[in-house]
Design a binder for this molecule. Structure first.
Ligand SMILES: O=C(/C=C/c1ccccc1NC(=O)c1ccccc1Oc1ccccc1)NO
Ligand SMILES: [Zn+2]
Length: 415
């Protein structure tokens, strides 16, 4: 197996990923740098995969993703940690007990007319069905994120991965957008037991509204979401003007983007906004939801990204050298989502991969090219240069953007 050109070579040195502009190590090589080997924890077990395979909208995505990561030999570059499902008590560190009790009750009820008023009140019904197994798969996914966060808090690793997590729409007392338990909020609360300032970044096609709502009134967690924002597109929130409330005013950042967004624009906006966020918020740990429903070929058919820009966003965060929690999320073209999270796992472990996907159990899903990379579709990127410039300017010139912190710092230095 050692000689198989597909499997990574033990001495594979960390390499530069191809730049979104196609060059490897272009003008911004300083940003990429050759990173010191980082200890990476990968949350996984057979039970975990079979439970997360039951997540309705992404059937078997957990196992399909894991199989590619394993086929490339990446497990030997990480420490695999088996999770436990999140307990009722852990889940209610964020969610209301009324909501979670109702969710449990409905999942055990096989009466098709079980959706009573209370169910509706908790967002459970035809758009977020509480079918048998929904509570179990959601609590396992949440357990995976809690285990990953615990590994970072205990200093076992500098990067922790749960590709079955990332359910960013779930609210304190309701399901939304097929998200039932907000594992991301639970993971951030776990990180907050050690870190004073935690940053949340969301590169899923959709606005990370559930996480933003949870932390919109605090200056201890900054949420930054890059998403498609257009009339009638779910969830409809996340405009530039959405900047946080009370103590959290200035600690919510939203980057609304238009149809067809491609790698170049997406990464340009990401880098410019995150440069500002780093300077002004100076986070001690970061959580990144890597939803892959913005990829070309996704049934959402909205953005036109490839794995290059999403992987480059993660590569950028790695250069900050602070604890990093990586989570999944949307991603409904399952082979492309598996390609994306495998590519990101290779970046995080500093491993060079052949673009020929190795033979494995689900190999046939990757035909006809069997290539790890995907190509953008030919739909136009409707994000004009002026829109991009305007979005960046509005964020960098925002007077409310955590000015209090900078102000205090300046006072101290003036004294
Ligand atoms: O991915 C999400 C949210 C998805 C979502 C939210 C509200 C309502 C529907 C949603 N998801 C879907 O419709 C959805 C989920 C899985 C597979 C196909 C899906 O839709 C379609 C169906 C047909 C065409 C396009 C998209 N958040 O990150
Ligand atoms: Zn999404």
């Amino acid at each position: 197996e050692e000689n198989d050109q597909n499997v990574l070579h033990k001495d594979a040195s960390p390499v530069y990923q191809t730049d979104v502009n196609g060059d490897t190590g272009g003008s911004n090589t300083i940003r990429k740098g050759l990173l010191p080997e980082k200890k990476v924890v990968y949350v996984c077990s057979a039970d975990f995969l079979s439970e997360c395979d039951r997540i309705a909208k992404v059937p078997f995505r957990a196992s399909i993703t894991h199989a590619v990561i394993e086929a490339y030999g990446l497990l030997s570059r990480m420490s695999v940690v088996p999770p436990k499902p999140a307990t009722f008590e852990e889940i209610c560190h964020f969610h209301s007990t009324d909501y979670i009790e109702c969710l449990q009750r409905l999942c055990q009820d096989d009466d098709p007319d079980k959706y009573d008023e209370e169910a509706e009140e908790f967002g459970l019904g035809y758009d977020c069905p509480a079918d048998e197994g929904v509570y179990d798969s959601a609590s396992w996914a949440a357990g995976g994120t809690l285990t990953a966060a615990e590994q970072l808090v205990s200093g076992q690793c500098s990067v922790a991965i749960n590709w079955a997590g990332g359910w960013h729409h779930a609210k304190r007392d309701s399901a939304a957008g097929f998200c039932y338990i907000n594992d991301i909020v639970l993971g951030i609360l776990k990180l907050r037991t050690k870190y004073d300032r935690v940053l949340y970044v969301d590169i899923d096609l959709h606005h990370g509204d559930g996480v933003e709502d949870a932390f919109c009134a605090t200056s201890k967690v900054m949420t930054v979401s890059f998403h498609k924002y257009s009339p009638g597109f779910f969830p409809g929130t996340g405009n530039l003007s959405d900047t946080g409330i009370g103590k959290g005013a200035g600690y919510t950042v939203n980057v609304p983007l238009n149809e067809g967004c491609q790698d170049e624009n997406f990464y340009r906006v990401f880098e410019k906004v995150m440069d500002i966020v780093k300077i002004k918020f100076d986070p001690e740990a970061v959580v990144c939801q890597c939803g892959a429903d913005g990829l070309a070929g996704d049934p959402m058919d909205s953005f036109n990204l490839t794995t290059l820009s999403l992987a480059k966003c993660v590569q950028y965060l790695l250069t900050w050298n602070i604890p990093l929690l990586l989570l999944g999320g949307g991603g409904y073209h399952i082979p492309n989502t598996a390609r994306c999270w495998t590519h990101i796992t290779s970046v995080v472990t500093g491993t060079k991969l052949s673009s020929d996907i190795p033979e494995h159990r689900y190999f046939t899903l990757y035909g006809p090219d069997y290539d790890l990379m995907i190509s953008p579709g030919n739909r136009a990127d409707t994000n004009t240069p002026s829109h991009i410039k305007n979005v960046i300017a509005q964020i960098s010139d925002r007077p409310d953007l955590f000015v209090c912190k900078i102000h205090i710092k300046q006072n101290v230095s003036e004294d």
